[in-house]
Design a protein around this ligand. Structure first.
Ligand SMILES: [Zn+2]
Length: 55
């Protein structure tokens, strides 16, 4: 499973892949942005929607 932050383009570490589903809230550990999982595609790629830019 792979997650790329839409803001900083760094890979987000997924601590608990089995608990990831649409609507899961995550935080990018590089830029601190808050993200909600919007889609999981068949390749295991996670798509996000930005919730809080966390400046
Ligand atoms: Zn980021």
């Amino acid at each position: 499973m792979k997650a790329i932050c839409p803001e900083c383009k760094n890979e987000i570490e997924i601590k608990d892949p089995q608990n990831i589903s649409v609507g899961t809230i995550m935080e990018c550990n590089t830029c601190g942005i808050t993200l909600e999982v919007s889609n999981l595609d068949d390749n295991g790629e996670i798509k996000f929607e930005v919730i809080d830019e966390g400046k």
